[in-house]
Design a protein. Sequence first.
Length: 300
Amino acid sequence: MQTVGSAADSIVVRHVAWIGAARSVELAWARDRVAACATVIETDHPAQLAARVDPVAGPWPAVAVLASDMPSRWTLADAVAVSRCWPLAPVVSVCTPLSEGRRRSGPALPGVEEVAWNELPTRLTGWFADLDAGRPGVLGLPAASRREDRVLEAAARLRAVARHEGQPLRVAAVARHAVDLDGTAALFAASGADVIDRSVGRPRLDTPADFVVWDVDRIDTDTLTWLRMLTIQQPGLPVVLLDSFPRSDTSLAALAAGALAVLGRPLAMEALAGLLCGLKTVRPGSDRPGTDLGAAGPGQ
């Protein structure tokens, strides 16, 4: 990390190490979103790090990302090589849909968290917010920590950001099925947000909420059509879609139609907390919070 400018108006310049090729559409999109909010240190393989990184002058990344275009792309030796180069940087792996089934079974490499390609920008926003606040955050937990510890840490961050200028965030919860609606609404209510609108099927075009979370199960043509109508009716309204298995074609189409982000199902607290960390600004002429997500913006 580097600081540019005086103490009064200093700008924090963060670095992210990207190891591996970004040839697929998903990895290229994720890498571009990372580059939008950090300086990227890029290399094709961990074996090249020793020759390219100065052990004294750095640079020192906040996070090291292993780009996994297929299952078992990296070995434990590769992860160890990255950790030896940057001992203080957490190492995570970003995965494409080809690795989605394997990712949901648990991490392939001990101590290396696997993140879906579509959730990396929101996770990065949350991780940087933790660093700015001087908190270790989820990535600061020991590699041997239990899943319950990670959930509790993410829940604490979620409760801290689910309010806007001291007021609860007004949320519209929408789901294709009633049972999913109850779960989504309960998650936001537990975080301290105010769920003021619940709908089964599609969100209301005139919803008064500040934030819409729409569990679509899968993104189809009807979803994209209604999403365009909603964002035309209410420009700037943050809309997040939850998809069971996000694919590049449907996810990028949803971002182009006006969605703020596409997250996976079941919804991860860390991804949600990172997303809400970006709701910092206020849109002119509105009392709703706007978005300052940088990396998680609508696919520009």
